[in-house]
Design a protein around this ligand. Structure first.
Ligand code: 5GP
Length: 232
């Protein structure tokens, strides 16, 4: 080491402890499974998490705010931004486009927070490929019948939308079996129990860990095959 450099290093500011960079937390699961409720609870409980605000072309539901729940946009604007490379991932879900902008993830990360992404399975595959440092969690319903009941119960969707969402749910449940996609699978039979499991996984993300224990389905969670079987 040249002497000059050594002196410069010695005279420089004292080395700072490198802060742990949290992993992102990617949460996937069919509509109506309770993802939103679980995520909201996590965000309210711990300020160290920050929500990645997605873009969507679907119209806002009652109570949804632009820039909080989603950035509501048009097909034209979204397609132009996708071509311009502004999205980490995007997907066509229920006839609309949804996507995570690079900016959305960047904003949360620069605030020093653990970025929480609520995305569909197509998006999760893209984020895996992109190599984002993240833990991937699938939230499964106890059964498809139970999911249908929940979708009808929330009364925000038309009959046609419910049918589409249920068809997509079947495909999403199949993805729970995909090797190497999810690190943890949580079955939301009991909300408190599911939250407890999610909070435990979220702590690993804060600690900057990636991936689940051996075999891909983690502690306190059900194996992928069981989750997919629950839909049968
Ligand atoms: P909803 O219309 O009920 O808010 O969301 C429908 C589906 O789109 C959900 O499964 C949700 O996770 C997914 N979604 C929301 N934002 C994004 C996103 O940015 N990218 C992708 N790929 N899916 C998203």
């Amino acid at each position: 080491v040249p002497a000059g450099e050594a002196v410069a290093a010695a005279e420089g500011p004292p080395p700072r402890e490198e802060a742990v960079r949290p992993s992102a937390l990617v949460i996937v699961g069919p509509s109506g499974v309770g993802k939103g409720t679980l995520i909201n609870r996590l965000m309210e409980a711990d300020r160290r998490f920050g929500f990645s605000c997605s873009h969507t072309t679907r119209p806002p539901r009652e109570g949804e705010l632009n820039g909080v729940h989603y950035h509501f946009t048009t097909h034209e604007a979204m397609e132009a931004d996708i071509v311009a490379g502004k999205f980490l991932e995007h997907a066509h879900v229920h006839k609309n486009i949804y996507g995570t902008s690079i900016q959305a993830v960047h904003d949360v990360a620069t605030a020093g927070r653990c970025c929480v992404l609520d995305i569909d399975v197509q998006g999760a595959r893209q984020v895996r490929k992109a190599g984002l440092k993240a833990i991937f969690v699938f939230i499964a319903p106890p059964s498809l019948a139970e999911l249908e009941q929940r979708l009808r119960g929330r009364a925000t969707d038309s009959e046609e939308q419910i049918t589409t969402r249920l068809r997509n749910a079947q495909e999403e449940l199949e993805s729970a079996k995909e090797p190497g996609l999810y690190d943890y699978i949580i079955i939301n039979s009991d909300l408190d129990e599911a939250y407890h499991q999610l909070a435990s996984v979220a702590r690993s993300a804060l600690a900057g860990e990636v991936g689940g224990p051996e075999g891909s389905a983690g502690t306190g969670t059900a194996p992928a095959a069981a989750a997919a079987g629950a839909a049968a």
